[in-house]
Design a protein around this ligand. Structure first.
Ligand SMILES: Cc1ncc(COP(=O)(O)O)c(C=O)c1O
Length: 388
C-alpha cells in the first residue's frame, strides 16, 4: 500500500469483539491472570500475554507496529518521550567505557543528555560534523558502539547524506541510529537506506496537535527485543491514552505533511526576499548546501525553517515579541505555527562557542510552520519583521 493508505489503515483492524473501527484504549495499569500458574508462565515468558502496562499494553503495541510499518522496520517500541527513546537505545547498545559518535547538530535536549548525563554513566559522546564522511570515519575508535545523526537536523536544517553514513557504519561494523523526527517516514525512510535504528519524538508530527509527549524507536526484531528487555526495567512507558492520541494523529500525517511542506517552502521563499532577513535555512531552497542530498533522500523538504535576522539577537527578540498569530513556544510539528530562539531556548545547553561551531548565530530564529492559511502566516511575519 502507499504510505497515505498505511497511515490510515496500517496495522489496524476493527476490534474483534465489538467491531469498533477506532482502536480501544486499554487504559489499565494491570491485567488479571486466569490463575496463579498463568501469571507465573507469563512472567517466565513461557506464554505470551499482558501483565502490566510498563511491560506491554495492546494500545501501545498497536502504535509501535504501525510506526514500524510506516518506517519499513521489522518492529518498534514506544516510550514516554523522544528523549526516553534515545536514552533507552543508547543504554541498550553502549556500556560504560564505550562511546557514541554523534553529529554535532542535534536537538538541544539530546545534546545535554549526550554531554552531561551519559558521561556520568561512563559513556562518552564524540561530536563531529557527520556531513563530512572523513570526520565521521576518523572519530570512530575501538570503543565506539553507535553512530548517531539527525537529518534534517534541529535547528539548522543541516542535511546529512544518510547513504554515506550507512557506508561508514557498515565499514566499521557499527549500528547507525537516525533521528527522523523532522522528516517523518512520509518524507524520508532511513531503514530503506540501510539504517539500523530510527528514533522519533512522537510529540511532534506523529501526534501533530501539540497535546502529547511520546517517543519511539524502530529497527530489527532482535534489536527491539533487546531494547524492550532494558526498557521494561527503566520504566519510561507512555500512557495508553497518549499512545491512542498518536494513533489518531498518524491518520492525518500525510495530509498534514503536504500542507506543512507547501506552507514552509513558500514562507522560506518569502523570508529569502525580505530585507530584514540575512539568511534562510530551508533544504527546499536551491541555496541550501544540502538541497541536492535532501532531494535524493527526501520526497519533500518538511515544515521547519531557520533564519538569521539582521540585527542579531535583539532584532530576533523584537520579531518574536511582535508576532500575533505565530505562538512563541518551543516544540514543533504542531498544527499551530511556532516560533522560538534556539540559542536561548531549545539549544541553551550548547555553549556560545558550541552554537557558533554548529552555525547557530545569535540572531537565528526557528519556525515550525503550521497548517494555517499561508497568507495569514506571511502577514504575521511581515508585520513582526516591520517592527525591527
Ligand atoms: C529532533 C528531536 N529529537 C528528539 C526530541 C526529544 O523529544 P521529546 O521532547 O519528545 O522528548 C526533540 C524535541 O524537540 C527533537 O526535536
Amino acid at each position: 500500500m502507499h504510505i497515505e493508505t498505511d497511515v490510515v489503515h496500517g496495522g489496524q483492524h476493527p476490534d474483534k469483539s465489538t467491531g469498533a473501527l477506532s482502536p480501544p484504549i486499554y487504559q489499565t495499569s494491570t491485567f488479571v491472570f486466569r490463575d496463579a500458574d498463568h501469571g507465573a508462565r507469563l512472567f517466565k515468558g513461557e506464554e505470551k500475554g499482558y501483565i502490566y502496562t510498563r511491560i506491554s499494553n495492546p494500545t501501545i503495541e498497536l502504535l509501535a507496529r504501525k510506526i514500524a510499518l510506516l518506517e519499513s522496520a521489522e518492529a518498534g517500541l514506544v516510550f514516554s518521550s523522544g528523549l526516553a527513546a534515545i536514552f533507552n537505545v543508547i543504554v541498550a547498545v553502549v556500556r560504560s567505557g564505550e562511546n557514541v559518535v554523534s553529529d554535532d547538530t542535534i536537538y538541544g535536549g539530546t545534546f545535554t543528555l549526550f554531554k552531561n548525563v551519559l558521561p556520568r554513566l561512563g559513556i562518552d559522546v564524540v561530536f563531529v560534523d557527520a556531513s563530512k564522511t572523513e570526520d565521521l570515519t576518523a572519530a570512530v575508535n575501538e570503543q565506539t558502539r553507535l553512530l548517531f545523526i539527525e537529518t534534517p537536523a534541529n535547528p539548522t536544517l543541516k542535511i546529512i547524506d544518510i547513504a554515506k553514513c550507512v557506508e561508514v557504519a557498515r565499514a566499521s561494523n557499527l549500528p547507525l541510529c537516525v533521528d527522523n523526527t523532522f522528516a517523518t517516514p512520509y518524507l524520508q525512510r532511513p531503514i530503506e537506506l540501510g539504517v539500523d535504528i530510527v528514533v522519533h519524538s512522537a510529540t511532534k508530527y506523529f501526534g501533530g496537535h501539540g497535546d502529547i509527549i511520546g517517543g519511539v524507536a524502530v529497527g530489527r526484531q532482535d534489536f527491539i527485543d533487546t531494547l524492550w528487555k532494558g526498557a521494561k526495567d527503566i520504566g519510561a512507558s507512555i500512557s495508553p491514552f497518549n499512545a491512542w492520541l498518536i494513533l489518531r494523529g498518524l491518520k492525518t500525517l500525510a495530509v498534514r505533511m503536504d500542507r506543512h511542506c507547501h506552507n514552509a517552502l513558500k514562507i522560506a521563499e518569502f523570508l529569502s526576499q525580505h530585507d530584514k532577513v540575512e539568511k534562510v535555512y530551508y533544504p527546499g531552497l536551491k541555496s541550501h548546501p544540502g538541497h541536492e542530498t535532501a532531494k535524493k533522500q527526501m520526497s519533500a523538504f518538511g515544515g521547519m525553517i531557520g533564519f538569521d535576522v539582521k540585527g542579531g539577537k535583539e532584532a530576533g527578540k523584537t520579531l518574536m515579541n511582535s508576532v500575533k498569530l505565530c505562538a512563541l513556544a518551543v516544540s514543533l510539528g504542531d498544527v499551530d505555527t511556532l516560533i522560538e530562539h534556539p540559542g536561548s531556548m531549545t539549544h541553551s545547553g550548547y555553549s556560545e562557542e558550541e552554537l557558533l561551531e554548529c552555525g547557530i548565530k545569535p540572531g537565528f530564529v526557528r519556525l515550525s510552520i503550521g497548517l494555517e492559511h499561508l497568507d495569514d502566516i506571511v502577514e504575521d511575519l511581515k508585520q513582526a519583521l516591520d517592527k525591527i
